[in-house]
Design a binder for this molecule. Structure first.
Ligand code: ATP
Length: 382
């Protein structure tokens, strides 16, 4: 097992534009670290620098405290699991798992012990004589991990291992990887562009954009305290609503009304002019079913579309925004790779709420949780 430390890592390809720009991330022993971000943000490049498949332009890469910048991949003793698992189709499960040990010229007895131990851990002992073509996607993934285990690799590195699978299998495999990683306690770095994978698998998640680290935090912290507009828009499904807002005294004005704002938030945003408010769909409630509803937080909303999902329902509420605010929202959508930033609210309600399309619904808003961003820097002021 190992720690992995990335210190001020920079990677420039030929054109000089940094694909990875001054990124520092410490991965603790046994930790499951996720690198996530939209296409081209530099997450695969960073992973490839850890494993040694890519030179580091500047900065230090340390594994177990040892600087490995100039160490060949095979001497780093890390194990990379690729999208297609890179199994040998003509070899049995046993031989696939044994492969790295044969390469290392280990004794027959040692190979046998290690393969059998790994296959017990991975519940593969009944399939040792099968070929990869006779296995399910999940079993193939386990064989690939078995090969990593027998090598006593210091860490697992995954590069989008589930992106070729259909949604159902992807869900199953995600659980399987989480279970195995916890059981084995092996330090893991996992690259994905999928925020659901990031949030469900990671002990901590590093969110990247255009080569730069935006925030490194636990999934809960990313969700509840995003540092900027990009992270706020990237994490969460349906995504956070972004709306123009102004704060005066202890009041916030949004396109659909003026509401009380906790004084701590009001103080931090005083005199800042036009702000961007971030409101998650679940910060709204159906006021008609609320006990002791606070009238000052209630507004009337015209629902144009309703989606019923069984345990909850989403209501879509269009609102008017001035043209310059619409421009700002479009810019934000482009920046955050999101298509969510239309001039409509997405509201998540309990499935028991009696709302329907074309209703004028009474909704209440929880302004205690609202985020307020500086629209020019994107920084979360609250
Ligand atoms: P994706 O999810 O699409 O693979 P990514 O976040 O993993 O994206 P990288 O593959 O790390 O991104 O690429 C980061 C940037 O570096 C991109 O702008 C990409 O075009 C550039 N890049 C990657 N590999 C090379 C290369 N061999 N030569 C030149 N530029 C490269």
């Amino acid at each position: 097992m190992a720690t992995i430390e990335m210190k001020n890592i920079v990677k420039k390809y030929g054109d000089g534009f940094p694909a990875v720009n001054d990124v520092s991330i410490d991965v603790a022993d046994g930790e499951f670290m996720i690198l996530v971000g939209p296409s081209g943000c530099g997450k695969s490049t960073l992973l490839r620098m850890i494993v040694g498949l890519e030179d580091i332009t500047s900065g230090d890469m340390l594994i177990d405290g040892e600087r490995v910048n100039d160490l060949a991949p095979r001497d780093r003793n890390l194990s990379m699991v690729f999208q297609n698992y890179a199994l040998y189709p003509h070899l049995t499960v046993y031989e696939n798992i044994a492969f790295p040990l044969r390469l290392a010229k280990r004794s027959k007895q040692e190979i046998d012990e290690k393969v059998r131990e790994a296959s017990r851990t991975l519940d593969l002992d009944e399939h040792l004589e099968r070929k990869p073509g006779q296995l399910s996607g999940g079993q193939r993934q386990r064989v690939a991990m078995g090969r990593a285990i027998v090598r006593d690799a210091k860490a697992f590195l995954f590069d989008e291992p589930l992106s070729n699978l259909d949604a159902k299998l992807r869900g199953q495999m995600r659980t399987e990887i989480a279970r195995l990683q916890k059981r084995l306690g092996i330090t893991t770095v996992y690259v994905t562009h999928d925020q659901t994978e990031a949030m469900t698998l990671g002990d901590r998640v590093a969110v990247m954009k255009r080569g730069e680290l935006q925030q490194l935090a636990s999934p809960r912290e990313l969700y509840e305290q995003p540092v900027n507009l990009f992270v706020a828009g990237f994490i969460g499904s349906p995504p956070m609503n972004f709306l123009p807002a102004t704060v005066e005294g202890d009041q916030i004005t949004l396109p659909f009304g003026t509401f009380p704002l906790p004084s701590a938030k009001a103080e931090r945003t005083a005199g800042k002019g036009l702000l961007m408010a971030g409101i998650r769909p679940e910060y709204f409630e159906d006021a008609s079913v609320q006990v002791d509803a606070d009238e000052s937080r209630i507004f009337t909303a015209h629902i144009d579309v309703r989606e019923w999902l069984g345990d909850q329902q989403y209501a879509y509420v269009p609102y008017d925004a001035e043209p310059h605010v619409q421009d700002q929202l479009r810019e934000l959508a482009r920046e955050s790779d999101s298509d969510s930033l239309r001039t409509q609210l997405v509201v998540s309600l309990d499935s028991s709420s009696h709302i329907s399309e074309d209703d004028e619904a009474r909704l209440s808003i929880d302004t205690d949780k609202i985020h307020l961003f500086d629209p020019s820097t994107g920084e979360n002021l609250t």
